[in-house]
Design a protein around this ligand. Structure first.
Ligand code: ADP
Length: 358
């Protein structure tokens, strides 16, 4: 049947548009864009409609039913859940009572893109606020400790004319620990801003990777022992690589430090393997693990998984690992372990072009 003129025009509109009978909610007309949205025409669509906060709509809350009851809807947002993810719409409804029963004209403007951008923005703002509060706490703690140690030293030196060297060395130890902690923090912040601007510039050299891995294992074994963990080097074949040694050392150190932090005192194993021209470097722990839904997010700057929340963590370590991997043309991935824990795999090509060292 030929449609009346105005409806033919509405059919060309990209905005889904309905004309609905007042009272009964019977759809009198749906333009082509509206016919592509099954939830508008089928009552079964109800269960897949949510309000802006993600709460499912009760029967009778469907925007079409509300409008048919004569409710004025001016820019009311709602979400439609699909297997591919949610889509957000804003609905407008205008009731025309010049005929009986009245007719409501409704439009459903899709705003999915803007609403995702808004969610991302809010999330980024939240992360920034958390970052600022954790970063200031992190900076303040070592500075307070340093101040106390130095004041005590000053008082001691004033009182005792012969201030022995060994006494001084002992008292300087906690101060040095705090200075190292500050150094790491500031280095991480510098790396993040470097990575965000134009990535790392690699200074590559040829070295034997197995030796570096054994060295790192030894360096961190005492720290692991202090939390009841044992650090083991499982497979460690000799292999010559052409990488930025300092950067790779930094990436692996971050992964080992995390395994110690989140490894719940269990065994931590490090494995090295070469397949074709790719090197796989695995750090595996038996700790709290990362829920599957968080495994991508934690590689973003300032992001931390909900479990094992620690005030002293800034959420920068894994971001830096990923940037180092990318700069080498490689990847870093996280998989869960059967029986609990995490397995991080750094995969880098054996030879990487980069600025030569020296
Ligand atoms: P930080 O440890 O300073 O928070 P990272 O970027 O290194 O920053 O890690 C981000 C988050 O990822 C951590 O806060 C933690 O929730 C999670 N995470 C990292 N490594 C592990 C691990 N080995 N086991 C469990 N969770 C981890």
């Amino acid at each position: 049947m030929e449609r009346p003129g105005p409806e033919r025009v509405l059919d060309f509109l990209a905005v889904p548009t309905l004309r609905v009978e007042e009272g009964t909610a019977r759809v009198l007309f749906a333009n082509a864009a509206a016919r592509a949205l099954p939830f508008l025409l089928e009552a079964s669509g109800q269960s897949t409609l949510l309000d802006r906060e993600g709460t499912p709509l009760f029967p009778g809350q469907h925007p079409v039913e509300r409008a048919a009851r004569g409710e004025p809807l001016e820019g009311v947002p709602f979400r439609w859940e699909t297997p591919e993810g949610h889509r957000t719409f804003v609905v407008h409804a205008r009731l025309d009572r010049s005929c009986s029963p009245g007719v409501v004209t409704m439009t459903f403007q899709e705003v999915t893109q803007w609403s995702r951008a808004e969610e991302d923005l809010l999330r980024a703002l939240g992360s920034r606020d958390t970052f600022l509060s954790v970063a200031s706490h992190e900076l303040k703690t070592p500075i307070t400790v340093l101040q106390l140690v130095l004041e005590r030293l000053q008082r001691g030196a004033r009182r005792e004319a012969s201030f022995s060297g060994s006494h001084l060395a002992e008292r300087l130890e906690p101060a040095l620990r705090q200075v190292r902690r500050l150094g790491v923090l500031v280095q991480n912040l510098l790396d993040v801003s470097r990575a965000r601007n134009n990535r790392f510039v690699l200074v590559c050299e040829r070295f034997e990777l197995g030796g570096l891995m054994r060295e790192l294992c030894e360096r961190f074994s005492e720290q692991a022992r202090q939390v009841g963990s044992e650090l083991t080097m499982e497979d460690c074949p000799r292999m010559e690589v052409h990488w930025d040694r300092l950067r790779v050392e930094q990436a692996v150190s971050n992964l080992i430090t995390n395994a110690i932090k989140y490894g719940a005192g269990g065994l931590i194993s490090i494995r090295l393997e070469q397949k074709d021209r790719q090197v796989f470097l695995r750090v595996e722990d038996r700790g709290i693990g990362v829920p599957e839904g968080d495994r991508e997010r934690i590689f973003h700057p300032f992001e931390r998984a909900a479990s094992g929340h620690r005030t002293e963590s800034l959420g920068l370590g894994l971001y830096i690992v990923r940037e180092i991997a990318r700069a080498h043309g490689g990847t870093v991935e996280l998989a869960g372990r059967d029986g609990g824990g995490s397995c991080f795999t750094l995969c880098l090509p054996l030879e990487v072009a980069g600025m030569p060292n020296g």
